[in-house]
Design a protein around this ligand. Structure first.
Ligand code: ADP
Length: 534
């Protein structure tokens, strides 16, 4: 027997229909690279997306075709998210910070047919055009005066929007995002309408982004990275006002936060750091937010403290491209109000709790069949499952999950009895010494607490007796001098004695990936012949 309720497929065009109908006049602001500003509304985003459907169809785009973007955050990009999927296409957001060989690989691998891009990325387009073998049409979002090609507003402006969304099934794909690929080629994650809808519905919850009709969100997280944490979809549910900046200048961001009455913002830790530096250097007060969402890398304690002292709720979130990306988000625990400020900060330094829809488990790093207790002590390989978690990479032959359906995240973490997740490392980076595991991340965090240290990275170096021992690479703050002994003295009270690095080496810089994370792979390659004595 089947139930007797209506058919209403979980397709993402419902989101924009709802937003235009229920929150139509709610506006969005875009601060463009040239300093000009434009305003749009949920209603205009929908009507422009419908025009874009017609424009794509005129180019021959059909269901399942990939429509790529190479763009910062702005309302035309938002239109394109809904326009591409509304045409039955698959939106592929390309990260302009990828290296040339990665840019070449992913657009060809995705078989993108159309590319919509910002004028600021014209040099990338010019450089890659010959190498991109499947892209037939190029459209520029903000064409400069005298531009010879196709400009976005002219392109969609030739149509009346009098059409409907292309019919799709809820299990059809709607979006494709590639991981930056710390090993080998980037890998594509193909989201479907259903997974995206469920993820969006989880995103607005009080325990997640905490959106309502009054929310004003300035997403610093780029629309090209990790599906922009699903914000363009989730925001439509409650009619969030988006404040976009196509430039990542902290002065512009701070001004917009104040002027537009922003209540929510989301970004990686370096974004918040840049904002702090700007405020300190100029004497500008740090804008107070209802909720500051930090994810992508671990939020340092001093950052959490400063934002909380400033009256903002801090939601520390964890996820990855493979998880759509929301996995866990920090939110107040039941005993929150009875905790001291320090205790609250301690909880927020952890990566939050799973949102409804995902399940987490940790397994023993030495025996991956053994599930670990949620005791707040034991670190293990973090695995996840749920309706918006990857099953198989785009075009891969095999599933990316265990026989019992869990995706291995490559992260190492501790699950606490209150449900919070504490990430301690990556499985590839955790250091095995004498049969015990040392967290490279905890060593780095401890080292970064030294006032003269700008950045630190720990890797395991082969050791004749202990298998591996940690070596710490340190970049000094500009104009500061510090010795290896001083670093060791600083670390001694902070970590277990056997975690102390066998050597501290000073370097001018630490290699980073295209998304700004420390590249341990490159660091290991650079110090491949480093040896430690027994
Ligand atoms: P990319 O490698 O392209 O940057 P992702 O954005 O998908 O890909 O990166 C996901 C990884 O980022 C996670 O597996 C985890 O290692 C790290 N990460 C994400 N959020 C956090 C966080 N809050 N704390 C620590 N690490 C995080």
């Amino acid at each position: 027997m089947l139930g007797a309720m209506q058919d209403w497929d979980l397709v993402v065009t419902h989101l924009i229909d709802h937003a235009a109908r229920e929150h139509g006049p709610r506006e969005h602001v875009t601060h463009w690279a040239d300093g000009t500003e434009t305003r749009a509304t949920w209603a205009s985003v929908r009507s422009d997306a419908l025009k874009m459907v017609q424009a794509l169809q005129a180019l021959g785009i059909r269901k399942g075709d990939r429509v790529a973007t190479l763009a910062m955050n702005h309302s035309r990009h938002l239109v394109s998210w809904y326009g591409a999927v509304g045409a039955g296409g698959v939106l592929h957001t390309i990260n302009p910070r990828l290296f040339d060989d990665q840019l070449e690989y992913i657009a060809n691998h995705a078989e993108d047919r159309v590319l919509l891009y910002d004028a600021a990325f014209q040099p990338i387009v010019d450089k890659m055009r010959e190498k991109w073998t499947t892209i037939e049409h190029y459209v520029c979002y903000d064409p400069p005066a005298g531009f010879a090609g196709l400009g976005f507003e002219d392109w969609i402006g030739a149509y009346d929007g009098d059409t409907s969304w292309v019919a799709v099934d809820e299990r059809d794909p709607c979006m494709l995002c590639y991981t930056s690929g710390t090993t080998g080629h980037p890998k594509g994650v193909l989201y479907e309408h259903r997974s995206t809808m469920l993820h969006a519905m989880a995103g607005v919850q009080p325990n997640s982004f905490d959106f309502d009709a009054r929310s004003v969100m300035l997403p610093v997280v780029p629309m090209f990275h990790a599906a922009s944490w699903g914000l363009p979809w989730a925001g439509a549910i409650t009619g969030v006002k988006f404040v976009y900046s196509a430039v990542n200048d902290p002065a512009v961001l701070c001004e917009l936060l104040e002027r537009e009455g922003v209540t929510h913002s989301a970004g990686v830790p370096t974004v918040w750091l840049a904002m702090f530096q700007h405020c300190d250097a100029t004497g500008t007060p740090l804008p107070k937010l209802q909720q500051a969402i930090i994810g992508g890398s671990a939020a340092p304690r001093f950052m959490i403290e400063r934002l909380m002292k400033n009256g903002s709720r801090v939601a520390h979130a964890w996820g990855m491209t493979e998880t759509s990306p929301i996995g866990t988000v920090g939110a107040p625990t039941p005993d929150w109000d009875s905790l001291s400020f320090e205790e609250q900060v301690e909880i927020v330094t952890r990566q939050g709790r799973p949102v409804f829809g995902v399940e987490l488990r940790t397994v023993d790093l030495d025996d991956w069949t053994k599930e670990l207790p949620r005791d707040g002590k034991t670190a293990g390989a973090l695995q996840i499952r749920g309706p918006w978690i990857i099953k198989r990479y785009f075009k891969a032959d095999e599933d990316a999950v265990t026989a019992d359906g869990w995706f291995d995240t490559g992260d190492v973490g501790i699950l606490h009895p209150d449900g919070t997740l504490q990430l301690t490392d990556r499985t590839k980076d955790v250091i095995k010494s004498g049969g015990e595991w040392i967290s490279s991340v905890e060593l780095e965090n401890a080292a970064c607490g030294h006032p003269k240290v700008a950045e630190a990275a720990a890797i395991g170096i082969p050791h004749p007796k202990w298998d591996e021992r940690p070596v710490l690479f340190v970049v000094k703050k500009a104009g500061q001098d510090v010795t290896a002994d001083e670093i060791m003295e600083h670390l001694t009270p902070l970590v277990a004695k056997w975690w102390l690095p066998d050597a501290v080496e000073f370097v001018d810089e630490i290699p980073h990936t295209a998304t700004g994370k420390i590249s341990k792979k490159d660091l290991r390659a650079r110090f491949g012949d480093y040896r430690l004595e027994a």
